[in-house]
Design a binder for this molecule. Structure first.
Ligand code: CTP
Ligand code: CA
Length: 226
């Protein structure tokens, strides 16, 4: 048993992984959210843990549960809570992977009481949330930092811009071109782009298999740099 554990490629490595949607409060009973299930991030966490890593999984609202005892699950609700939790753990980790579908905007004012219906139209003022991934890129020391990108046009060019803007080591571009890729599906079609702009397009796969591919990218990074 001991010998086997010593052979695990991610033994001793600390991971921070974000998953799921965020909910941004409108009033005490309503929010702005999205259809993310959290499955991609949870699958990445399980894969890393199976290979010996210690994982802190910071997740927005989801019905998923963790399996591995090497995963500490931190449940958050809003983008602001996810931001704070990420920065709490980030200085201690070797690898950070942001798979969460974080809200880009939140209501500027959340009402204290349930909003009553009155006029025929209701306007909500929204303000930008903080970009968690970009802020991790800014405070990067030795962490290997991986982000996702979802684009519907100029996919590769836009993903390259995100690598630069957010100071990433690798980006996982989610392709919506094929049916069965993206939110609330069991499969994903991704393209990897690294910080040298080397591109690798993968075929349509289960999210578990995509998670394995992502973790293999991390392992080969450490193999190259050891
Ligand atoms: N992300 C984040 N915090 C935010 C918004 C996004 O950490 N407030 C992260 C996501 O987890 C993902 C990456 O940024 O890893 C890219 O998300 P995406 O929505 O594709 O890009 P944005 O930078 O939000 O830009 P846009 O939505 O305008 O394309
Ligand atoms: Ca976004």
């Amino acid at each position: 048993q001991r010998d086997l554990e010593n052979q695990l490629p991610l033994r001793g490595k600390q991971f921070l992984i974000t998953a799921g949607p965020t909910y941004e409060a409108i009033d005490p009973v309503r929010f702005i959210g999205n259809h993310s299930t959290g499955k991609m991030g949870f699958d990445i966490a399980e894969c890393a843990a199976q290979l010996g890593a210690t994982v802190t999984l910071i997740s927005g609202p989801t019905t998923l549960q963790v399996q591995s005892k090497n995963i500490a699950l931190v449940r958050v609700t809003s983008a602001a809570e996810m931001y704070a939790a990420c920065h709490q753990y980030y200085p201690e980790v070797d690898v950070a992977i942001c798979a969460a579908a974080v809200a880009d905007y939140k209501p500027k004012f959340a009402a204290d009481q349930k909003i009553k219906k009155s006029e025929n139209t209701l306007t909500l003022e929204l303000e930008k949330t903080k970009d968690i991934l970009a802020s991790l890129g800014q405070s990067k020391e030795n962490q290997f930092l991986i982000g996702f990108a979802l684009e519907t046009e100029n996919e590769i060019e836009n993903a390259k811009l995100k690598i630069q803007k957010k100071n990433l080591d690798l980006i996982v571009l989610n392709s919506l071109q094929d049916k069965g890729a993206g939110f609330a599906t069991a499969t994903n079609k991704v393209t990897f782009i690294d910080n040298n702009f080397d591109i690798e397009a993968m075929p349509l796969k289960s999210k578990e298999a995509v998670a394995t591919d992502i973790i293999n990218k991390v392992i080969s990074h450490y193999e190259k740099n050891s």
